[in-house]
Design a protein around this ligand. Structure first.
Ligand code: GLN
Length: 536
């Protein structure tokens, strides 16, 4: 007998209503009441994972500890809760069909016709049950991606309908997130789209228990009772979700004030344990009271699309919270930086960060930005490709190796200071084949990195194919670069730094995937601390 309770969150009317953050916010509240949670995203697209999608299509690819390339919502799930999630927490239609078709080819279906119901729906359900295999969490919250009515979401809705039928309403709960738009000229909030969306959901046999309505101003009592009557949902279960004022981290508090957690617990017949919300309240207080503003230049190719750097931007804000300052992110497109303008473009920054990336576009601009940070003693943080560019800059300007490059961009360079990891050479397939997930890193004592981490061994998440070329290490060391973090076998460079500079660190991994507002990543804390010293 499964003890976990299942909460399914679907979305209606339109996309971008913030389903991911709602799931994360509810997870946060239930944890704050002393319950254990596991959060899962079901994505209806056919790709196996977003690893091969362009950031323009999908935003950032979030990497889990066990090396899954997942939807950026998993990032919200981890940042809002104390948990770390895995491959199991991110499911796509592609994975479901892949598993079923593999089974069919093996002959496991013994001659039967393979169909959406029951074979695909059973596979979906087994992925949900997978989460209660080892330690059964009190709650499993599952986000159904897409908008109700999309053709692709149908098998997911059918699977969760079956689960409600089997386990009953005290174990399975349906939450539907919709939009209550305000017509500007009339100044009136309209409930009709919500009514239609619930009707649509009903055609699949799903009656929502709770409605969360995205709305400009709190729903009035009259509106709640109207929605309640037309949608067959108790009035107290109609929740307003208003925009929060200054930070995404106010969302759990907003839902707490709307009593979302209380309604959920009551519906699932669970005890209303006392809430401990002090750490979140403190974060909100710090965000509201921090006055000093630090300008951090982020030099990245996809800068026009904030979701492409979601975890990174949030990690910078965590560094701000830890130092009680406001971080203002100045987005800089590296393709617009050249030798004629870089000094002017970068002159007012207190810190420069070059994030991860792929492809040659914008590389020379990134190298110039790093050159500026290094020579002007501005704190610099390079992440993955950003660290690789810092190595190239050093080779060109300090070692005088004019044509030094990464073989990713110039396979014929006489100084291939960044080159393909040996194990990557034979790989032909694109999807899921990078060096992915958490690997250990040994940190050198007395380094800047050690000073930030305060430990000599850590584990960080990776997503790359290229690395520092080890045979050049001595040349770099002699010229003043320190290799302060290495893989335990000393074959892979994980951290570089310049001891002569106030704060110059490059990392081959992605620290932004492990930073949370409650436990900010030490390197982001250090970077913002160093940058804030430049503010008078
Ligand atoms: N393109 C580089 C590599 O594959 C960097 C990857 C990244 O920044 N995530 O190694």
């Amino acid at each position: 007998m499964i003890k976990s309770k299942f909460i399914f969150i679907s979305g209606g009317v339109c996309s971008s209503l913030g389903k991911g953050v709602t799931v994360a916010g509810l997870g946060c509240l239930l944890e704050s009441r002393g319950y254990t949670v596991s959060l899962q995203k079901m994505d209806p697209y056919i790709n196996i994972d977003p690893g091969t999608m362009s950031p323009y299509q999908h935003g950032e690819v979030f990497v889990t500890e066990d090396g899954a390339e997942t939807d950026l919502d998993l990032g919200y799930y981890e940042r809002f809760t104390s948990s770390m999630f895995s491959k199991k927490n991110s499911v796509t239609t592609g994975q479901i069909y892949h598993a079923v078709i593999e089974r069919e080819r093996r002959g496991d279906y013994l001659g039967r016709t393979v169909q959406v119901v029951p074979h695909i729906t059973n596979e979906i359900r087994s992925r949900i049950y997978e989460l209660c295999k080892n330690d059964e969490p009190d709650f499993i919250i599952v986000e159904i991606g897409g908008t109700v009515g999309d053709i692709e979401s149908l098998p997911f809705l059918e699977a969760i309908r079956q689960m409600r039928y089997e386990h009953g309403s005290s174990q399975v709960l349906f939450i539907h997130l919709t939009l209550v738009p305000t017509i500007t000229v009339a100044g009136e909030a309209k409930t009709k789209p919500t009514q239609h969306s619930v009707k649509e959901l009903l055609t699949f046999g799903i009656q929502p228990d709770i409605l969360i309505c995205r709305v400009a101003k709190h729903l009035s009592k009259e509106m709640k009772s109207k929605i309640s009557l037309f949608c067959n949902v108790k009035e107290e279960n109609v929740i307003s979700a208003v925009d929060v004022a200054s930070s995404i981290y106010e969302i759990p508090k907003m839902y707490k004030e709307e009593k979302l957690d209380e309604v959920v617990l009551k519906s699932l017949q669970m005890e209303l344990k006392k809430i401990n919300f002090t750490s979140w309240d403190n974060i909100i207080k710090i965000i509201a009271s921090s006055k000093k503003v630090i300008s951090i230049g982020v030099v990245g190719k996809y800068i026009s699309l904030p979701d492409a750097y979601r975890s990174l931007f949030e990690s910078l804000s965590h560094g701000g919270i830890a130092n009680q300052v406001k971080v203002e992110i100045i987005k800089i497109n590296p393709e617009e930086i050249d030798k004629s303008n870089y000094k002017e473009l970068l002159k007012n920054l207190h810190g420069i960060l070059v994030p991860g990336g792929f492809g040659e576009r914008g590389i020379e601009g990134k190298i110039l930005a790093i050159h500026y940070a290094r020579t002007k003693n501005i704190p610099f943080f390079g992440i993955c490709l950003g660290m690789q560019c810092a190595v190239i800059e050093f080779a060109r300007y300090i070692l005088g190796w004019k044509d030094a490059h990464s073989t990713e961009f110039n396979p014929k360079t006489p100084f291939p200071v960044i080159s393909l990891i040996e194990e990557q050479m034979e790989i032909k397939q694109l999807g899921g084949t990078m060096r992915l997930g958490a690997y250990p890193c040994v940190i050198k004592k007395n380094s800047v990195a050690f000073n930030e981490y305060k430990i000599d061994k850590t584990k960080e998440r990776h997503r790359h194919r290229f690395e520092f070329t080890l045979r050049f290490k001595e040349d770099f060391e002699k010229a003043g670069m320190e290799f302060s973090g290495m893989s335990p076998d000393e074959r892979l460079v994980e951290i570089i730094e310049l001891p002569a500079h106030p704060w110059f660190i490059g990392v081959q991994y992605h620290p932004e995937f492990k930073s949370k507002p409650i436990s900010p990543h030490p390197l982001f804390v250090g970077f913002i601390r160093a940058s804030s010293k430049l503010v008078k």
